[in-house]
Design a protein around this ligand. Structure first.
Ligand SMILES: [Zn+2]
Length: 74
């Protein structure tokens, strides 16, 4: 599959980090499984995984964290 952003790179299975900010809070999720372009580095996260990440991040925001770095757990 070719990268939809740069059109020339190839997508390969890898990992990425996602950062979420809300008001004064920042949550970073590392090791999120993604398809990463070997040319421009753009990462694409599957919808199902993105939804899981969103749920985890939402829970962190509800806990009232200011800055939190977590690792994605399948
Ligand atoms: Zn690309």
């Amino acid at each position: 599959m070719n990268c939809p952003i740069c059109k020339s790179g190839n997508m390969a299975a890898g990992h990425t980090s996602m950062t979420f900010e809300r008001a004064n809070a920042t949550v970073v999720v590392k090791s999120v499984p993604a398809n990463v372009c070997d040319n421009c580095g753009e990462a694409f996260v599957a919808e199902e995984i993105a939804r899981k990440v969103h749920d985890v991040v939402e829970a962190e925001f509800k806990r009232g964290v200011e800055v939190e770095v977590i690792h994605y757990a399948a």
